[in-house]
Design a protein around this ligand. Structure first.
Ligand code: HEM
Length: 441
């Protein structure tokens, strides 16, 4: 069996490397899928997920196996989407035409993140824990006045990374460096999420994929001599085939359509403004030992004045690279700062509502006024000439909501599932890009 696997891998590698000039887009995608996606799907096992029932976590549909199956399914689907396997070649969902990129040798990388593909910039920062009573002394966020180096990646969630003038949810991910440990904070500018649990999110992908599948299937060369009636049957057959292939349960359609509407609303509600004017939210809950909380960062006044106004100029707001231009301009005049605040789990909502469901925020669900407690300061210093983090380095970084200091744990099915999903899909894009680079040499 082992021998057989080795032979298959060798054959696939040979097919991939053999004839670069005649490389076929579909064939290349299948090769990359077989080499770098399917092993990730197969690698998901029992040890990837665990819950803290004592803090109110519960398995999706009450079953760990069911949750593991959804995690595998999402990795398979998103990996294929990243390869453009379910999208037409010039679709905006397909970030790059792999064949063209490989042949032209224009880029050092080909496959971007599945989510938040566009980085506006990665910047160095410092992260200082502030005196607070929320976390105990001896914990990462309880030891005040300790300063750590950090790297912030500002991003947009639009699958098409072309222009910053499009309304879309923005992202900010902070990697705090602490010697041999790192702690990643992964945040977005919307405080809630379009789905409550992991399976609803998987359904959202399936329907999106079916739409792409249909747009591939719509065959311009298919001219029926029997006219529209036969054409309709043909299209119906193809649509059914797409749905069957995506394993979508039609009973889930109403909820999935509602999720799509919330998803779009989230995009529309997002303002076009500087990364330094947004609040960013963890959206999902976390625990430190037995303390359950969410976190967010908010713009703050820096100790030293900045000669540049941080808000967008009219020119930046209209520019397709407006966010990067704004970051460069603001940080040429001084520092930009944020406060990291935490909010404790409200006591008047059920475990399921507090931990497992994300469509509404805690503020919306609770009748209590939820206090924010400042636990750290984030300072992004003035940019030093030549010390920029390059866009390639920025793309090759991996943030993970489960990469935490000792004692911290992400809670809820979406938060749990994201840990192995980010881990495997980040490995996939790095490995596949390395493969493509070698083809290019
Ligand atoms: C089941 C739900 C989710 C799935 C399947 C998912 C999937 C992904 C994937 C595959 C990546 C790229 C990882 C990489 O290649 O390095 C990513 C990045 C990201 N996601 Fe999610 N995500 C989910 C939920 C969320 C939530 C709730 C948030 C809210 C904070 C979020 C915010 C982000 C951000 C900001 C990034 C970019 C991080 C970076 O700069 O590297 N995601 N997501």
């Amino acid at each position: 069996m082992k021998h057989f696997k080795l032979v298959i891998t060798a054959v696939l590698l040979f097919v991939a490397q053999a004839s670069f000039a005649t490389v076929d887009q579909a064939e290349l995608r299948s090769t990359l899928d077989a080499l770098y996606v399917q092993d990730k799907v197969a690698s998901i096992n029992d040890g990837d997920l665990f819950i803290r029932q004592d803090l109110g976590e519960s398995w999706l549909h009450g079953s760990k196996e069911a949750e593991l199956a959804v995690v595998r399914d999402i990795i398979n689907q998103l990996g294929k989407l990243q390869l453009g396997k379910f999208v037409v070649d010039d679709s905006p969902s397909l970030v790059t035409n792999i064949r063209d990129e490989v042949l032209s040798g224009r880029q050092d990388y080909y496959i971007l993140r599945d989510a938040h593909p566009k980085a506006h910039q990665c910047v160095n920062a410092s992260f200082t824990v502030e005196n607070n009573d929320f976390f105990p002394i001896g914990s990462f966020l309880g030891d005040s006045n300790i300063q750590h180096d950090a790297i912030v990646r500002f991003s947009s969630s639009n699958p098409d990374p072309s222009s910053d003038t499009v309304h879309t949810v923005r992202g900010a991910a902070i990697k705090v460096l602490m010697g041999d440990q790192t702690h990643d904070f992964v945040m977005q500018s919307a405080a809630n999420f379009p789905t409550d649990d992991l399976e609803q999110f998987s359904n959202l992908i399936k329907v999106g994929r079916t739409r792409n599948c249909l747009s591939i299937i719509a065959d311009p060369g298919h001219d029926s001599i029997l006219g529209p009636a036969l054409d309709f049957i043909y299209q119906l057959q193809q649509a059914t085939q797409c749905l069957i292939e995506s394993d979508f349960n039609l009973l889930d359609l109403p909820e999935t359509v509602r999720a799509i509407m919330r998803f779009r609303q989230g995009f529309e509600d997002s303002e076009i403004k500087s990364v330094f004017d947004f609040d960013y939210f963890s959206v999902t809950p976390y625990a430190y030992e037995n303390i359950v909380f969410k976190y967010e960062i908010s713009p703050a006044t820096c100790p030293e004045p900045n000669s540049e106004n941080r808000s967008f100029t009219a020119e930046e707001a209209a520019d397709s690279e407006g966010l990067e231009n704004n970051i460069q301009r603001v940080l040429s005049g001084g520092a930009a700062c944020y406060d990291l605040n935490v909010v404790a789990r409200p006591t008047d909502i059920s475990d399921e509502q507090a931990i497992e469901f994300l469509i509404e925020t805690w503020d919306q669900k609770s009748s209590q006024v939820l206090e924010r407690i400042k636990v750290a300061s984030v300072v992004i210093p003035m940019l030093t000439l030549g010390a920029d983090i390059t866009s390639l380095t920025c793309d090759e970084m991996s943030y993970n909501n489960g990469r935490n200091a000792d004692g911290f744990k992400p809670l809820g099915s979406i938060n749990r599932g994201r840990i192995p999903i980010y881990d495997r899909l980040s490995a996939f894009r790095l490995e596949a890009n390395e493969h493509l680079r070698h083809m290019n040499q």
